[in-house]
Design a protein around this ligand. Structure first.
Ligand SMILES: NC(=O)c1ccc[n+]([C@@H]2O[C@H](COP(=O)([O-])OP(=O)(O)OC[C@H]3O[C@@H](n4cnc5c(N)ncnc54)[C@H](O)[C@@H]3O)[C@@H](O)[C@H]2O)c1
Ligand SMILES: [Zn+2]
Length: 440
């Protein structure tokens, strides 16, 4: 009571584009005001509450706000365990009391009773909760298992798949057998996958822990998706790109002779354990690449994560990516496509330069093109990323762009910061925007 479940719940539902259901609200709609129901005795209210929750849990995937006493029912706790991801919205008793003291809630009439109730419910909350959160960002992160700090030890055996560079600079995240993979993009090959399939000695109850940047988490996640038809995995991203983007959202995969990420699977990690401390050793170019994704995220969210301290910046970006992923987990609704802002042009420049232009540099330029086509200010991109036109073969880049778009001419643009749209752009405009990024 007074934790802000309805307020936070509505905002989480909005962010994740899911329906919102307030169980108490639904009960009142159907049975009249809760204080009146309580007058018929608390057991009768709890029975109605149990029934209503069961019905809501059987419905479409939603964000559900529970009444403060709902998890006291062992039956409801069991149903939540089977069907829901349950977050305990933690609030101190003083704040909670301040919020409810003047309400007509039957169990919030006297402060000493309220405090006793708060204390007595803690054990049930702890038992029911899959995660503890203090606000909307926390809830979004927790829903995808993203947390800051070390790896929470998985139940079964674990083995680590690690980028060799990273292992030279940082101790592995857990004490377990280690499989080394080549640094960066070179890890994303079928040969590395085969090696890992053979080298792993985990059973079905095992967990792979990926330790490295997006390349390592992509290949290790794909191995986890395919080894023994799929085992659990944990991502421990060590690049800024990994922590704000690549390790989040369950896309795993490798490159093929025909191009990047052409073989893969959706396979969500059980946890994403983020330690911003490991970024201290990141080479400047990798940090700039990550910053390009941070700027992309800020433009999509209509916020300025880059002006926050580093850990909060990562938290905000990761939470934004989590919200988009939750709204479209397997990329069927189209919202996940937003995350490609600037990337159509970026991929074209990478291909058109024979991959001499780095992804980060290409994304900075791609964002510039997307903002220009959107008629939006490019100031943020110019100030933070200082993109300069690059040497590339314009015809080859254009051909790559058309291939990427599969002839659809569909781009992610911004109506305004925070308002992405998926829309078509006439070929002439798209080609002119691309040409402006290329140094002849
Ligand atoms: N799955 C997704 O949703 C998703 C999203 C974005 C990008 N990606 C993929 O991520 C890959 C790029 O990943 P990335 O940019 O994170 O880098 P990366 O994994 O390719 O690593 C880049 C370089 O940084 C080094 N490195 C990593 N962590 C370090 C550290 N803490 N200190 C010093 N050096 C370190 C690596 O050894 C490597 O040399 C691409 O293959 C891309 O396709 C995937
Ligand atoms: Zn990118």
């Amino acid at each position: 009571m007074g934790a802000g479940k309805s307020t936070v719940g509505i905002r989480v539902a909005e962010a994740a584009a899911r329906p919102f259901v307030d169980v108490d609200g639904l009960i009142e709609q159907r049975h009249g005001p809760i204080p009146a129901l309580f007058e018929q005795g608390e057991p009768e209210f709890r029975r109605i509450e149990e029934e209503t929750l069961a019905e809501v849990l059987a419905g479409p995937d939603s964000v559900i706000a529970l009444g403060g006493g709902a998890v006291l029912s062992p039956l409801s706790r069991e149903r939540l365990r089977a069907r829901a991801f349950t977050v305990y919205l933690d609030v101190d008793v003083e704040t909670a009391w301040e919020r409810v003291r003047r309400s007509d809630r039957p169990l919030a009439q006297r402060e000493d009773d309220f405090r006793r109730l708060y204390e007595s419910r803690q054990a049930a909350y702890a038992e029911a909760a899959d995660a503890v959160a203090r606000g909307i960002e926390d809830v979004l992160l927790a829903s995808l298992g993203i947390h800051f700090g070390g790896v929470s030890p998985p139940a079964g055996p674990v083995e680590v798949v690690a980028d060799t560079n990273v292992l030279e600079l940082h101790p592995p995240p857990v004490d377990a057998p280690i499989h080394r993979v080549p640094p960066g993009e070179d890890a994303k090959t079928l040969a590395v996958v085969e090696e890992l399939w053979t080298a792993l000695s985990l059973g079905r109850n095992g967990t792979i822990i990926a330790f490295g940047g997006g390349s390592t988490t992509d290949v290790a996640g794909f191995v986890a998706a395919s080894y023994l038809r799929g085992i659990d995995w944990v991502a421990v991203p060590t690049t800024l790109t990994g922590q704000v983007d690549a390790a989040i959202g369950g896309k795993t995969g490798i490159n093929t002779a025909d191009g990047k990420n052409l073989a893969g699977a959706f396979h969500f990690p059980e946890q994403v354990a983020i330690d911003p401390g490991v970024l201290a050793t990141l080479p400047e170019q990798e940090r700039r690449a990550g910053t390009a994704e941070v700027v992309k995220t800020g433009l999509l969210a209509g916020e300025e994560p880059w002006s926050l301290p580093e850990e909060e910046m990562i938290r905000a970006c990761a939470a934004y990516k989590a919200s988009v992923v939750l709204s479209d987990p397997h990329e069927t609704e189209g919202r996940r496509a937003w995350l490609n802002l600037g990337h159509t042009f970026a991929h074209a420049l990478e291909a058109g330069s024979g991959y001499r232009v780095s992804h980060g540099e290409a994304v900075a330029l791609g964002l510039l093109a997307a903002l220009r086509l959107s008629g939006q200010s490019t100031d943020v991109v110019e100030e933070l990323l200082r993109p300069e036109p690059v040497v590339a073969d314009l015809d080859a880049a254009w051909a790559a762009l058309k291939r990427d778009k599969k002839g659809e001419g569909v781009f992610v643009l911004l109506e305004a910061p925070g308002k992405p749209v998926v829309t078509t752009v006439p070929d002439a405009d798209a080609r002119a925007a691309l040409a402006a990024l290329v140094r002849q």
